[in-house]
Design a protein around this ligand. Sequence first.
Ligand SMILES: Nc1ncnc2c1ncn2[C@@H]1O[C@H](COP(=O)(O)OP(=O)(O)OP(=O)(O)O)[C@@H](O)[C@H]1O
Ligand SMILES: [Mg+2]
Length: 388
Amino acid sequence: MNNEDEIKTMSSRLDNDPLYNVTSENHRLEEENSNLKRTVKFYQTELEKFRTPPYVVSEVISITADNQALVKLPNQSNFLVEISQEVTDLMPGDMVLNEQKSLIILGKVDMTKNFSVENYVVVSDKLDSSWTQIGGLTKEINKVKEVLEMPLLKPEMFREIGITPPKGVLLYGPPGTGKTMIAKALAAETNSTFIELVGSELVQKFIGEGAKLVKDLFEMARKKAPSIIFIDEIDSIASRRVELGTGGEREAQRTFMQLLGEIDGFNALDNVKIIAATNRLDTLDEAIIRPGRLERHIEVTMPDRDGRIEILEIHTKNMKTTKIDLKEIANQTENFTGAELKALTTEAGYFAIRDDRSKVSQKDFLSAIEVVVEKEEEDYQMLNHSYN
Ligand SMILES: Nc1ncnc2c1ncn2[C@@H]1O[C@H](COP(=O)(O)OP(=O)(O)OP(=O)(O)O)[C@@H](O)[C@H]1O
Ligand SMILES: [Mg+2]
């Protein structure tokens, strides 16, 4: 037997070696296991964030001999409160975080760091987005173009005709359908600064400064104009509130009022526009969606078959594939959102990489459908499990 034959026999033995296969399968499972553990950890931390109630911010007036402190809340009322063991070196004039019910002092606040609007928003001057990267939302995009893009690009037309364009729009619809993409594309297509604020972050962490942050946010937008203010999860600031019992709710209400005031305050032909997004239209306070405010409401829907084909085209454009039939994939992904279709293309790529192939095949895409469906189910179960 010559050398080459020997190597061939060896390698075919290795391929068929059950022990070798078991080892690699074992390795794969271990990897999957650690991936899953990471996912669980991620959701646990996320959940923890939701469980953390908002803190109250107050100012220390004085400290008593038995280690209590007199503090002033944003609504000007004074309270004598306990100080947590962990807080040392407290001085009159310090800003502190208080637990919402007992008002116990939990920590000091670095005012310059925490409350500057820059720490709450994401600002981008040059976004790499465009209308062409969005699939299947032609109707929605056309509305945004007419309502916001036109006035930004050709304000003189509106002045001449003598009509006032809306100051902003509300995008609503299920998660992962392209709302954030639309806001970013509008900013990019109009060369505007994109300023993103996430509503839940504003109300969740610090009570007492939300209203000021909203004020600073609009000031920043005017300075950086033309600009698009994107308020994601608007429902967390602008929900109808049944009762205004706790301090937290009253504060959130103040933030909301400030937002309404800022929207009312600026001129519709100024080149600042607002896009707000929510998954929960039903809970929104009507004040925010009245004429003169976010008066246009655009529903961003789940993609239909043609939409899914377009989205798949976009996300496979830069992939190396064999001949693929996107129609067949679209037929089998009826309840997929844009985000899930994007995930599907990534998973398909992984199948090819694992097999050490340089092109992604139709079969890879079809197998990836299963993976995405399974992942969705797992995530769903994991979330449900953690809540119970
Ligand atoms: N219509 C679409 N066309 C192309 N890609 C899409 C589309 N919709 C979603 N995607 C993909 O999914 C990702 C997430 O979409 P996006 O953040 O815009 O969803 P969203 O509607 O803002 O979701 P959420 O309500 O959870 O904030 C995008 O970055 C993109 O890759
Ligand atoms: Mg979004």
